[in-house]
Unconditional design. Structure first.
Lengths: 315, 315
């Protein structure tokens, strides 16, 4: 919400663009399309702004422009049609709900070029993917965003959120400016315990720690791929850095519509998740996982073994 | 934001109504009119939806209905004109920015009746005023809200927010419902440290503790009134429970427009605040104060003495 409001304040424009299906929190504009279904999502050329919460103002929906992931031609046409009104393109470089695959490099570069050319901002949501490399997931690409939203791990276990960005853009929140374009303060701001715990976590989460958790994810992905091959199940695993997600689909999805789980897939997924639960692994309903520095190979191998057992059961 | 989204989900209506000038956080709809000025606030009969952040969508502004505080006739006419579209009336019973005076009982009762009659919800923002009595500021009135938003003190020093309300309304967030009208989850939800610290704080903040901090505020208010009389300055003090605010105005304000500080008043206020700072008291720019259980009469008397010195300086 803060990053979007900063982008609006900087550009004076009302609309945001976002990738279909991507999760960016509960803010009305950010959550649009996150739970779109085949019967509601509309044409590929113009995805519908599908609400999540019931009762969201129709006027808010009309201020959100939805683009398909990894589809430059369609995204360009949709963005161009709204170009004078778009404050920012909001992008998670590896969106969990869109399949948890790193965005294709040319798609990311296109969004960087389009926003620069049309005086909109590129806002990266790195709440999850900040952990991917020492410089965050943007280290995978040759771009720099205008604003970055962060959260989760940077608070060291405490509720936290942060916005970083170009000096000129951050200036909209400068409390000492003659005219503060986006006044930003509140009870949550600069909580001393959160700031201290976050600082210590960030000092500890150094290159070595990142290599360690990324190696755990690589080990898991390799093991899962082997388990898929050995059981002969139609499944795949996606991910990057220290996170991964198991799909009960033959091919890794390129976008939200491909990542969407049909009721039939979902029934099999429930069997898998229940099996994992019985084996001692409580997974999120997408069967995704995030590695922690406290984990060791033993836990990863046990998870892979449990997944293999679940694959065999479904098969 | 959560309470407003819950009200929209429950009623299926897009608009909210709020008191002119009241602060309810950074959510676009909630912050409207908070910083309205004489040149922008429009007629008393129809206060303008004045934006706070630059770039807020005009469509969002048009979904906010602004009513004057403590003015039943005008509020009724404004609400009636939007009655089929209002999801909730959002109300702080003693809004800081509106003058920090408890709302008049007949105004509160009118809003409770109007919302009930017109199938809208009454949402109380008790983020600050929860501390006023053991049951919160609503203990001053003969009403019950549909939803209550809380924060600050209930987290025991950690970032926190909570929504409480009628069972039927809270059902919109029930994750086990067949259709969840307002899906509500996130990294901030149920943080174990915040929940533990908040519980301990709430156990400690019993009737005795509330009486203690309320007595401190009463002592401060009495002392400030005496200092005003003795120095002969045009000033007054408002408040209730354990909070108070000093105004450099002869009469206590009834609404935001009366509470608004003119540039001339503001210049005198800066002199007062600078004097307080030199005396060791760092006050918010409205010269309001909130009592803590760690305070004793000594600190209150020192603050009153420092205020008296500041009054004399201005005079």
């Amino acid at each position: 919400m803060g990053a979007i409001k900063a982008a609006r304040a900087f550009t004076g424009r009302p609309k945001i663009a976002k990738v279909e299906g991507a999760y960016h929190g509960l803010y009305d504009y950010a959550e649009v399309s996150q739970t779109a279904k085949p019967e509601s999502w509309g044409k590929k050329d113009k995805p519908t702004s599908v609400p999540v919460a019931h009762g969201i103002p129709a006027k808010a929906l009309s201020d959100v422009v939805v683009i398909p992931f990894n589809d430059i031609e369609r995204a360009r046409a949709i963005l161009d049609a709204n170009k004078d009104e778009i404050a920012c393109v909001l992008l998670d470089l590896m969106p969990h709900r869109v399949g948890l695959r790193p965005a294709e490099a040319d798609f990311v570069e296109f969004l960087r070029e389009w926003t620069t050319k049309d005086d909109a901002l590129l806002v990266l949501d790195k709440v999850i993917t900040f952990r991917s490399t020492y410089g965050g997931a943007q280290g995978w690409y040759n771009i720099a965003p205008d604003l970055t939203a962060m959260g989760k791990m940077i608070g060291g276990g405490f509720p936290v959120g942060a916005i970083a960005g170009r000096k000129e853009v951050m200036e909209v929140m400068n409390p000492l400016a003659d005219k503060v374009l986006f006044p930003h303060s509140g009870t949550f701001s600069a909580n001393p315990v959160t700031m201290t715990a976050g600082l210590v976590s960030m000092i500890d989460f150094d290159e070595e720690a990142i290599d360690q958790v990324n190696a755990l994810a690589t080990r898991a992905i390799d093991g899962i791929n082997e388990a898929i091959a050995e059981t002969g199940i139609k499944a795949c695993v996606t991910g990057g850095g220290s996170v991964f997600r198991v799909h009960l689909k033959e091919h890794p999805p390129h976008n939200y519509r491909e990542a969407y789980t049909t009721p039939e897939e979902n029934a099999r997924l429930v069997v898998l998740l229940d099996h994992l639960f019985d084996e001692g692994f409580l997974m999120i309903n997408t069967c995704a996982a995030v590695m922690a520095t406290s984990l060791r190979n033993t836990e990863i191998d046990a998870l892979v073994a449990a997944l293999k057992g679940g694959f065999a059961k479904i098969k």
